[in-house]
Write a protein of this length. Sequence first.
Length: 98
Amino acid sequence: MTTVLTILIGIPNAFFAVWQKGYLAPLGFVALTLVFSQIIAATGYGYYFPWSIPGLYSGAGGKYKLQLNELSYIILVLTGLVGYFSTIIYWKYTDHVK
């Protein structure tokens, strides 16, 4: 289940990859979200930040796993869907001639 959650949260990286036409933007995005997920999870609000949810679910956060609820998973799925549809929309409406 942790793998599925991680795959869902990795989908927005595809948008940054196609938008910037390279690998540096998604790499920077991953680094930034990694830092934010650690800070936000440490403050106790990780169950609302989608990039913290897979780590909390895995039990790496200890007692914070108990704070995960249905809203946490809904936020994570919605983030994955936004990343997916933004990538599809970008592919559909971008001029690929360049």
